[in-house]
Design a protein around this ligand. Structure first.
Ligand code: HEC
Length: 103
């Protein structure tokens, strides 16, 4: 039982490293220029009542949300418009960059 927990923890640690390495944070930072008006330059929203802060959210979560906004599965007209022109690589890069932002 104990060993299987350790193995699971190691697998999770490895997979999160792989997720982070998937996107290019520098390219994501450049793309993020179009996001910072609402979500803040450092991911701390200037208007948190309307636009959520993104700092502290992990890459896998951000990626999942961006894909869901783009497809309409997560229904938000603003974010649908923001994600409409993003490629899969843009989404990976944005997720990698946002994951570097400290809350
Ligand atoms: C015009 C304002 C605006 C811009 C620009 C904008 N967003 Fe958003 N974003 C929002 C709003 C509003 C929400 C909350 C949507 C909801 O309630 O479902 C949101 C939600 C999100 C979420 C989900 C956060 C969570 O906690 O679930 C992510 C991730 C996100 N935006 C990323 C981005 C990225 C990346 C960009 C740039 C490509 C961007 N946003 C540009 C307004 C904006």
């Amino acid at each position: 039982m104990k060993i299987s927990k350790i193995v699971l923890a190691m697998a999770l640690a490895l997979s999160s490293t792989v997720t982070l390495a998937a996107g290019d944070a520098a390219a994501g930072k450049a793309k993020y220029a179009m996001c910072q008006g609402c979500h803040g330059a450092n991911g701390i929203s200037p208007t948190p009542a309307t636009n959520p802060s993104l700092a502290g959210k992990d890459a896998a979560f951000v990626k999942e949300q961006l894909i869901a906004f783009k497809s309409g599965k997560r229904d938000n007209p603003t974010m649908k418009a923001m994600t409409a022109g993003l490629t899969d690589a843009d989404i990976e890069n944005l997720a990698a960059f946002i994951a570097t932002l400290k809350p």
